[in-house]
Design a protein around this ligand. Structure first.
Ligand code: URA
Length: 235
C-alpha cells in the first residue's frame, strides 16, 4: 500500500492532509523519513511514525478502554466529555464506534471498533456473550434479592423477565452480576426491580476477556487476536 493510503486508512486526516504530512517530512518508516506519498510498503507488522510518535498499522481497530466515570459513550455528548476525548483523534477520524454503551457513571471495560460487522454482531441481541459487572449497592444484599436476580425480574415496559446468569454477593453491598443482554440501564433496572439500588457500577469482563489489571482508568489498548478470541468465549 502506498504511504498516502496508509496514513489515510489509519485516520491521519483527508488524503490531502496525509500528503501534507508526508511532504512536510513528518512521516518516517523504519526510522527513515519518507517524503514520497507513492512509496509502497508492506502493511503486515508495519509501524510508521508521525512527528516521532509511532503508530502500528491495523487494518481494523479493535480497542479496549478502561472507562472512567464522567464520560459519555456518545461522540456528541450532552453533559459530559466523550470517551473519544480519551483516545487519539485518529480513531474518531476512522469512525471507531463504541461496541455497546456504558452509562456516563459506569466504569470499566468498554470495547470500540471500526469494524461495522463486529460492532453489529457484538451488539445484536442474538449474541449471547456474558458481561460481568460489579455493583455497589445502597442497601445490604440478601439472598432474596440474589435469588430474584437469578430467577429473573420484570423490568418496567418489558414482557419477558431479565435473568442474571449468576448473581452473588462479594461483600455486604458488593454484587457480582453476569448478564447476557445489554439493554438500556439493564443492571441498574434489574437491581432496582430486585429491591435494591446501584450506587456505582463497574464492568469487569466480557466473555472470557477481563479488563487488564494494568490498564489504568482512562487508558486504552489494541486488542490482539487472542483477546478477540477470548471475547467470544463464555468466560
Ligand atoms: N447496565 C447499566 O445499568 N448501566 C451500564 O452502564 C451497563 C449495564
Amino acid at each position: 500500500m502506498n504511504l498516502e493510503s496508509i496514513l489515510f486508512s489509519q485516520g491521519f486526516g483527508t488524503r490531502r492532509q496525509c500528503r501534507g504530512l508526508i511532504a512536510g517530512a513528518r512521516v518516517a518508516v523504519a526510522g527513515e523519513t519518507c517524503t514520497d506519498p507513492l512509496a509502497v510498503f508492506d502493511t503486515a507488522g508495519l509501524v510508521f511514525s508521525v512527528d516521532g510518535a509511532p503508530w502500528p498499522f491495523h487494518e481494523r481497530a479493535y480497542l479496549a478502554l478502561n472507562k472512567p466515570a464522567g464520560y459519555e459513550c456518545s461522540r456528541d455528548p450532552q453533559h459530559h466529555l466523550s470517551v473519544f476525548h480519551l483516545l487519539p483523534p485518529q480513531f474518531a477520524e476512522r469512525n471507531v464506534q463504541c461496541v455497546g454503551r456504558l452509562d456516563q457513571d459506569t466504569t470499566g471495560l468498554l470495547l470500540l471498533s471500526d469494524d461495522g460487522q463486529f460492532v453489529h454482531a457484538f451488539t445484536s441481541p442474538r449474541r449471547k456473550v456474558p458481561k460481568i459487572y460489579v455493583a455497589t449497592t445502597r442497601h445490604p444484599l440478601d439472598e432474596t434479592q440474589l435469588q430474584a436476580l437469578r430467577d429473573g425480574v420484570l423490568l418496567h415496559g418489558e414482557r419477558v423477565p431479565s435473568v442474571a446468569l449468576a448473581a452473588s454477593a462479594r461483600g455486604e453491598r458488593e454484587l457480582e452480576l453476569s448478564v447476557l443482554e445489554g439493554k438500556y440501564h439493564q443492571v441498574k433496572r434489574m437491581v432496582a426491580a430486585a429491591g435494591n439500588r446501584v450506587e456505582a457500577l463497574h464492568r469487569e469482563r466480557i466473555g472470557g476477556y477481563a479488563l487488564p489489571d494494568d490498564l489504568a482508568p482512562g487508558a486504552w489498548r489494541w486488542l490482539d487476536a487472542a483477546a478477540l478470541g477470548a471475547l467470544s468465549t463464555p468466560g
